[in-house]
Write a protein that binds this ligand. Structure first.
Ligand code: ZN
Length: 372
């Protein structure tokens, strides 16, 4: 195991799970060719997330009202609470939660521990999940630089395993200090089997969620319902569909009415919605170019077919729609009012996807009028 490894690949595919397995392998007292022995005390403790030399860090919400050393302590308390929850329920859906981060105080905690003696193993193993979420809210590269120092000169026999589904957002210097390992999406059948093995779901439901998951068990979990509601990702997917529908319909009042359903602040929450919108746009292109079997939203082929037929959508216009989504994404990253972003996006999408007067309601302003 190199001193600093970077596991990257799609969100929810199991990168942190793999990192935990590697850490278990590193501390196992009698590892075999297939991996850790699963029998020794070190293996049992690692599997229970209780090994004293395996330190798992992941983004957390910033505790309120704490700074300096008290923030370090508050984050450590929050991390221990999260670990307790993970021991009870190790399966989590991918959560697009823009409020979580890894902070300078987190890295200070890692640094302190990295300089301490290992308790049982040769050296400690540090897992830093979603490492690209370093300093997202601190507006300074300090945390990333502090981590960089640790990666450059790991104290003693400390090892680091970073994971990221957006490695492009890591500092280039951090990327260059780590050995990359790509984890690709799984086969649909593998995801379905995973769901059936770990959850009480029928083969039909498992297959349905697996086909929507794009090869990621963590995403598949997000499509399965909590109680009677839609799964969180499924709800987001239909919200994106609604947005596309309003765009194609082309009515100004419809766009405004839809936009008013969004909160007036917190634009970053739109980023996940836009990913689903792009999924629908890809599907529109697939259906419009005569390849309906290629759609990701496999349970919506009928709706897609009707939408494409009714509004005579053309695949050639879809790239322009992607550009509109990209502009909306930039606005969301810059924290523009979400209602404005949605109004503008719906109208721009309508203008490029469905420019024919028969579909566009009379009196629609020309494209650009809704731009800020
Ligand atoms: Zn073992």
């Amino acid at each position: 195991l190199p001193a600093a490894l970077l596991i990257h690949g799609p969100a929810g595919v199991g990168k942190q799970r793999l990192a935990l397995w590697l850490a278990q392998l590193a501390v196992c007292t009698s590892p075999g060719l297939e991996g850790p022995c699963e029998q020794c005390q070190a293996c049992r403790m690692a599997r229970a997330l209780e090994h004293p030399d395996i330190h798992w860090y992941f983004p957390l919400e910033r505790p309120k009202g704490a700074s300096g050393d008290r923030l370090v302590d508050a984050l450590e308390t929050a991390r221990n609470e999260a670990l307790t929850a993970l021991r009870e329920q190790p399966l989590r859906a991918v959560a697009g939660d823009e409020l979580r981060g890894l902070y300078l105080a987190t890295v200070r905690n890692v640094r302190q521990r990295a300089h301490m003696q290992a308790s049982m193993a040769d050296g400690p193993v540090f897992i830093i999940g979603d490492a690209d979420l370093l300093v997202t809210q601190e507006a300074s590269p300090e945390a990333a630089n502090a981590l960089l120092k640790l990666l450059e000169e790991p104290p003693g026999r400390a090892r680091f395993v970073l994971t990221s589904s957006a490695p492009g957002r890591l500092l280039p210097t951090i990327r260059s200090r780590t050995v990359p390992l790509h984890v690709g999406p799984l086969e649909v059948e593998e995801v379905a089997e995973f769901l059936m093995e770990h959850l009480d779901v029928s083969p039909e439901r498992a297959g349905w969620a697996a086909r929507l998951s794009e090869g990621s068990p963590g995403r598949a979990l997000g499509f399965l319902p909590d109680d009677d509601d839609l799964g969180t990702l499924d709800a987001l997917r239909w919200k994106a569909w609604e947005l596309l529908g309003a765009a194609v319909e082309g009515s100004v009042s419809g766009a405004c009415a839809l936009a008013l359903g969004y909160a007036p602040a917190g634009a970053r929450k739109l980023l996940d919605l836009f990913e689903f919108l792009e999924g629908w746009l890809r599907d529109v292109a697939a259906v419009a170019s005569g390849a309906p079997e290629r759609v990701v939203n496999h349970d919506a082929q009928d709706r897609l077919g009707k939408l494409v037929g009714r509004a005579s959508l053309r695949a050639a216009n879809v790239p322009l729609a992607f550009a509109a989504v990209e502009r909306a994404r930039e606005a969301a990253s810059g924290n523009v009012n979400p209602q404005l972003i949605v109004t503008s996006l719906v109208r721009e999408l309508g203008a490029v996807l469905s420019p024919t007067p028969a579909i566009r309601a009379a009196g629609a302003a020309p494209a650009g009028a809704a731009r800020r």
